[in-house]
Design a binder for this molecule. Structure first.
Ligand code: 5GP
Length: 125
């Protein structure tokens, strides 16, 4: 972003919070990392275990990631499964990709929420 661009929510070139976490510019409780993905605890957990898994290459959402790099999408899901194992979620877990504003996506760098560690409620509205 050049100094003339000003603030624009639709400016996809602006660095996201997750890129700053990947670069270790913002601290996070990192639980697992691979060459292509990073997993860290959500700052506002919605379940006993709530970990975010993020590809190190940025795509806006899961649809963009799937279209551009299906192997990287598989890496994200595989990392989530590995973290579930490490976190002892043998009884089951949920993975959620919030996609777009109506779903509550706030960080436009694709990420999966890994939720578990207790009996989860229903979801939807
Ligand atoms: P989204 O709403 O985009 O699906 O998910 C973004 C998630 O990032 C939210 O669950 C929110 O709690 C989490 N989050 C926001 N800021 C931070 C932060 O600074 N550190 C961590 N670890 N998580 C954050």
């Amino acid at each position: 972003m050049s100094e003339h661009d000003g603030i624009d929510d639709k400016d996809d070139s602006a660095e996201t919070l997750f890129e700053r976490i990947i670069a270790r510019e913002v601290p996070a409780d990192i639980v697992y990392e691979t060459d292509t993905t990073i997993a860290f605890r959500d700052i506002s957990p919605q379940a006993a275990t709530h970990v975010l898994v993020v590809p190190k290459t940025r795509y806006r959402d899961v649809a963009e990631l799937a279209a551009a790099d299906p192997r990287l999408l598989a890496d994200v899901v595989t990392t989530a499964a590995r973290v579930a194992e490490l976190e002892g979620l043998g009884g089951g877990y949920r993975v959620v990709f919030n996609t777009g504003a109506d779903a509550g996506q706030t960080v436009f760098h694709v990420h999966v929420h890994l939720l578990g560690g207790e009996q989860l409620g229903s979801f939807g509205r």
